[in-house]
Design a protein around this ligand. Structure first.
Ligand code: NAD
Length: 499
């Protein structure tokens, strides 16, 4: 019997009355394991109302008191890590180690938030004019919302609500309907950590819930992470409704491989960065750009046996290196791209479909694939495939490789592997991407920095978490003061100056 998955509003489980549901599957077996509510607009509005009711007291709570709840939350996350990771693996399909890694990167953001009072303390200038002092600080926006994707059901929400509530906002989270259970468990820990009811709420839903949040007068800002078409829609709809929006979208992350790179290191890096989490990461490397024919030949030679040896299997098997895709539709989409690449003339060096695990034939498994001799006109190069597929586009110079990265519509991450400092420095300076790795394949910034791509990988002006997250969830107030002893008598009609 599939379990029923409900929203949590005001710290209490809230079954939906909408009569609409989404089926949740174990992608390793294809079995339905759950049924998640899809809330109506009225139910989403009730969650916003709960957050609004909790706002005045929470915003007025001293930051040091607010972060005590975050400290408790961090301890609870650590002591429940195995439970969270198991649930995450069961619905997403990623390996347990990968799920633990996701959780620990989420906890890192909670760690950062425990120091947020330092970033909220503002600035003060004495004597900006005669007897005049000025101070500025950052104040919360109000009720803010987050809409998150399936591929990091625990970490990505933690890019949002710990920062938002540490800054004094209250929060409504709309997670992915495809794998909501691990996030739901985390939500239960939130109540245990001592956050007052209504400060962080979680509503289950789909487009109807998203549209309600984007148009609701009481929601002041929305953080979105997901695919580019929806990110763009969220940005346009949210800003048209007067909200502050950060909408992080899809990616096609390139790795440029220079002839002087250590090819063993390149291969190790690519195996994890391309095939980890079955390629369902917005920072996955999906394009390799070897510079020079010899570099390309060495790359293909070293990658082929490694990809063929990749251990594909369910998270429940401890030696699995890569799990299934999230849905059958994803499996069909990835398989369709393999056909398209062949039809367009690329060389399919390793075809992941040939290694489908017969023991797990009902699951959404596909092994790693490798294309060589792809060109920039092909859809396997242009589109985000979001699966375990590496596309190799050969090039003859560093300048051509850099240009290739720069004209691609996405600009989330980019990496270069080289021993040449000049080349690496030029790449880091000139590449049109928000997060750059030099001999680092997945340059996800630590929580004291901020995460965000360029071009069509991010709509809005703020990256997420870190100092940019604090800016996103606060607004600046500047106060100018003068006391009676400093006030000159008489009326002044000219524009005030510093005298
Ligand atoms: P998605 O865009 O399908 O869904 C994201 C969220 O939007 C979900 O909560 C979903 O319910 C909602 N949604 C879906 N369709 C909608 C619609 N028509 N109208 C309104 N809301 C809608 O993304 P996904 O498949 O869950 O996640 C994978 C995508 O997310 C990939 O493109 C990946 O690159 C991207 N991603 C980006 C980052 C980043 O930081 N840039 C991080 C993780 C994932």
């Amino acid at each position: 019997m599939p379990k029923k998955i409900h929203s949590i509003v005001n710290g209490v489980s809230q079954p939906s009355m909408s009569g609409r549901f989404h089926e949740v599957f174990n992608p390793a077996t294809g079995e339905q394991t759950g049924q998640v509510d899809l809330c109506s607009a009225a139910e989403v509005s009730a969650a916003v109302a709960a957050a609004k009711a909790a706002l005045p007291e929470w915003a007025a709570t001293p930051p040091m008191k607010r972060i005590r709840c975050l400290f408790n939350f961090k301890v609870l996350l650590e002591s429940n890590a195995q439970r969270i990771a198991h649930l995450l693996s069961e619905e997403h399909g990623k390996t347990l180690d990968d799920a633990m890694g996701e959780l620990s990167r989420g906890i890192e953001v909670v760690d950062f938030c425990c120091g947020i009072p330092h970033l909220l303390k503002g600035e003060f200038s004495r004597d900006v004019g005669t007897g005049v002092d000025t101070y500025s600080d950052r104040q919360p926006l109000g009720v803010v919302a987050g809409i998150t994707p399936f591929n990091f059901p625990v970490m990505v929400p933690m890019w949002m609500y710990p920062v938002a509530v540490a800054c004094g906002n209250t929060f409504v989270l709309k997670p992915s309907e495809r794998d909501p259970s691990a996030g739901l468990l985390v939500q239960e820990l939130i109540a245990e950590a001592g956050f007052p009811a209504g400060v962080i709420n979680m509503v289950m839903g789909d487009k109807e819930a998203v549209d309600t949040l984007l148009t609701h007068a009481d929601v002041k800002a929305v953080s979105f992470v997901g695919s580019t078409p929806i990110a763009e829609y969220v940005y346009r709809t949210g800003t048209a409704n007067g909200k502050r929006i950060q909408a992080l979208g899809g990616a096609k992350n390139h790795m440029v491989i220079m002839p002087d790179a250590d090819m063993e290191q390149v291969a190790d890096a690519l195996m994890g960065a391309v095939y980890g989490s079955a390629g369902e990461r917005c920072m996955a490397i999906s394009v390799a750009v070897p510079v020079g024919e010899e570099t390309a030949d060495r790359l293909i030679d070293i990658m082929r046996p490694r990809i063929e040896a990749l251990r594909v299997g369910p998270a429940t098997e401890t030696n699995s290196q890569m799990g299934p895709l999230i849905t059958r539709a994803s499996l069909d989409r990835v398989s369709g791209y393999l056909d398209k690449g062949v039809a367009d003339g690329a060389t399919l060096v390793v075809d992941g479909r040939k290694q489908r695990q017969t023991a797990w034939s009902n699951g959404y498994f596909i092994a790693g694939s490798l294309f060589d001799h792809a060109t920039t006109e092909m859809s396997i190069y242009k589109d985000e495939i979001f699966g375990p597929v590496l596309v190799v586009v050969r090039t003859d110079s560093f300048a051509a490789a850099l240009e290739m990265v720069n004209v691609h519509e996405y600009g989330n991450g980019a990496a270069i592997f080289t021993r040449d400092g000049d080349c690496a420095r030029t790449f880091a300076n000139a590449v049109q991407a928000g997060m750059v790795g030099v001999n680092v394949p997945i340059p996800v910034p630590v929580s004291s920095h901020s995460f965000g791509g360029w071009k069509r990988s991010l709509f809005g002006d703020h990256a997420i978490y870190g100092p940019e997250g604090v800016h996103f969830y606060t607004r600046l107030k500047t106060v100018t003061t003068r006391w009676p002893a400093g006030i000159r008598s008489g009326v002044q009609f000219d524009f005030p100056t510093l005298e």
